[in-house]
Design a protein around this ligand. Structure first.
Ligand code: URA
Length: 283
């Protein structure tokens, strides 16, 4: 990749241009279970054939709905940190199981086996995995693992050549603790121990961009476990603070209707570098 003053995601070369021009709508993704009003969000990372790792996530969330690339918020920064532990800085592509953000409890599981959702997803998986340099597929969570297995079942000749590593989803700690069965700390420890257990197999299958260190996770998130989203992954002109580790987007609203309709985007404190105006200053 040439060195650019401001790197950016160059968009969708063939065959991905046809895929993004022909995405399924509400007839396939019902609005009661998916936030179709925020549009489909397709991918993050390389589409030029240079990826050696494919990450299959679950569904886009708040930051993704604004930046139009997947795995950009905290979940994405956790995954980016995992890739860094493997020595992978840029040779990856990420897609999600679902094109649209899941709405409500169990919305995703209800559509685990939907034929039309799978048909479109499988066109992406074919383009990303059949005859490419990808050696390793990392799935995040059970729905992603199931989506990948169902694709693989229809491509048995590819099964032997691809390493599948099924990891717990990066936001497992938050979802497991929200149900009240575990504390956030206990669930974080479970996630990190799962990721640690898979690091050796991942390191043995992934061709790194730079020599990986042998670092592992501790019992809780440590400095360096999360990594910034690379500039080359987001659309041209994305503001610097979209790459910050601080959160900058959240759903707000006094009732469910307004909350579904609203994403509040706030420039993180550290990025507020503009001069402070006096009360009579401009708007
Ligand atoms: N954001 C995504 O795009 N995918 C996930 O699985 C989680 C957050």
């Amino acid at each position: 990749m040439p060195l650019l003053k401001h790197a950016f995601c160059p968009g969708y070369p063939p065959p991905f241009d046809s895929l993004v021009a022909d995405y399924p709508g509400e007839d396939v993704y019902p609005q009661k279970d998916f936030r179709t009003e925020w549009g489909p969000i397709f991918h993050r990372g390389r589409l030029d054939g240079s990826a050696v790792v494919l990450v299959l996530g679950q569904d886009p969330a708040t930051h993704e709905s604004v930046s139009r690339r997947i795995l950009v918020g905290e979940a994405g920064q956790r995954v980016q940190g995992l890739l860094a532990k493997l020595g992978v800085a840029h040779s990856y592509t990420m897609v999600n199981t679902f094109l649209y953000s899941v709405y409500g409890q169990g919305g995703g599981s209800r559509h685990e086996h939907d034929e039309h959702i799978a048909d479109y997803r499988n066109r992406w998986l074919d383009a990303l995995l059949d005859g490419t340099r990808v050696t390793t597929v990392i799935t995040l969570g059970m729905l992603a693992a199931s989506a990948y297995q169902s694709w693989l079942g229809s491509r048995p000749q590819l099964a032997a050549g691809l390493q599948h590593t099924a990891l717990r989803h990066p936001t497992y700690p938050e979802s497991a603790s929200a149900s009240g069965q575990k504390t956030l700390a206990a669930a974080t420890e479970i996630l990190l121990s799962d990721w640690n257990a898979h690091l050796p197999e991942l390191r043995s299958h992934v061709q790194p961009d730079f020599p990986p260190t042998a670092t592992v996770y501790g019992n809780s998130w440590q400095e360096g476990d999360l990594a910034r989203i690379p500039q080359a992954d987001l659309p041209p002109g994305s503001p610097d603070w979209w790459f910050e580790l601080a959160a900058w987007a959240s759903r707000t609203g006094k009732d469910t209707q307004l909350k579904r309709a609203t994403i509040q985007v706030v420039v993180p404190t550290r990025a507020r570098t503009w001069p402070v105006l006096t009360p009579t200053g401009g708007s």
